[in-house]
Ligand binder design. Sequence first.
Ligand code: BGC
Length: 501
Amino acid sequence: MPNLNDPRIPVLLFGLTTGIALSAVVQYLYQTYQTQKTITEAQSEVPQDELDSIAPSTAAEATIDRIRKEFYIPAARLQNMLKAFVKDMQRGLKQDGAIMKMIPSYVTRRASGSETGTYLALDLGGTNFRVCQVTLEGAGKVRTKQRKFVVSQELQKGTGTALFDFLAECVEKFLEESGIGKDTRMHLGFTFSFPVMQQAVNKGVLMSWTKGFTASNVVNEDVVSLLQAAFKRKNMNIKVAALVNDTVGTLASHAYVDPATVAGIILGTGTNAAYVEKIDQIPKWKGARPASGEMIVNMEWGNWGADRIPLPSTHYDNKLDRHSPNTGQQLYEKMISGMYLGEITRYVLLDLIATGELLRGQEVPELKKQYSFDTANMSRIERDYTKDLSDTRLLLEELYGITTSTLADREIVKHVCQFVGTRAARLAAVGIAGIVTKINKLDGCTIAIDGSVYEHYQHFGNRVRDALRELLGMCSDSIVLAQARDGSGQGAALIAALAES
Ligand code: BGC
């Protein structure tokens, strides 16, 4: 036992504790230095793009989940929408002024394939104006030659006279190039893809503009007279023999090759459908009973839901609508078509930046410009299967100069596109199921579909199919969704030929 009274013990104890404390301090300082060194080294050695690839955090996942819920339409809701859609079709067939206009097209016959002759066809419905020469050779054969012209924003929003003069000028150029004299008598089918109250096969009054057009002095006017007058100003010897909607043209031209075709649908800049209806099912039709007992009806389905029931609109949709030139109209179209899908996505992204959930809240001035995010970008982003979404990074950089997006940011952007695009396809399926249910063709038929969204948005078609299955079960398998391309001009020529005979 050591002697506790030994005077050297306190000195010994003091030395011992000081030594321990000192070595602890040294060890702590050394460890801190090491840790700091690792962090600094890590920061200087890890390249920027690896930092960018930080996986989505729980916060990003929560954001994605929230947006998913905002845009998801459950199966039960789809079913209710389908019922409401069919009811609205019936309302429109009964009387004018309904939400879905259900306009009788005056087209009561389908082409037999034996029609012959050369016709001009014009197609105005968006940024591109097409002029075609369509030669019907009989036996179902058709030859076409066409040229596209761009309709500038100034023309779309200027005066009606300037717009129709431009159309006549394009036709003049086309005839010149084709070696057809200006005074040659030609018959023409005019595809005019806006809501027109048809008054004859070659007469119809524009009810309202859609898709951003606002040209003055055209609403409430007969667009055939306006076109005919523009030809007259240029001394051109052209007779407008038929005025058709693009959906009607698409249906007519596809029925020419597939007689099981019952509807023509456009899923492009705008959206709409036309279908073959029994004349007895159109109580508002007061004209003569056609020999065929049927008529093509231009539904103008884009305006469905204009009473705000029962569309699943979000606050992004409402904002888009408030800032559009036709507020309160075309609400279904504004949730489905190419003109608007990019714009909805843009509003979601802006919102997520504002809440700090995207790009750590960094402002992107370019993204604030209306319609600066094209729907084609959504399709491109959704097709980005690279591990670090590098194509999306490139696109964000190209479009908006964003160089600091993390993988989590890009994941969010991709999901937003997916949710907005999926909702659009599911909504379009409601319309298709509505037509098939209304005309009782659940046992099989063909639906011809044209338009950039359907053709180029890679997942769109499959999503429509999936939703159709949810809505109609096994019956959906017997519905053929046929891709139609540029059929509306040809259809207009066919209808002009039918009108002539
Ligand atoms: C128009 C329809 C047209 C559709 C597709 C809509 O905005 O109202 O008449 O068929 O776009 O082009």
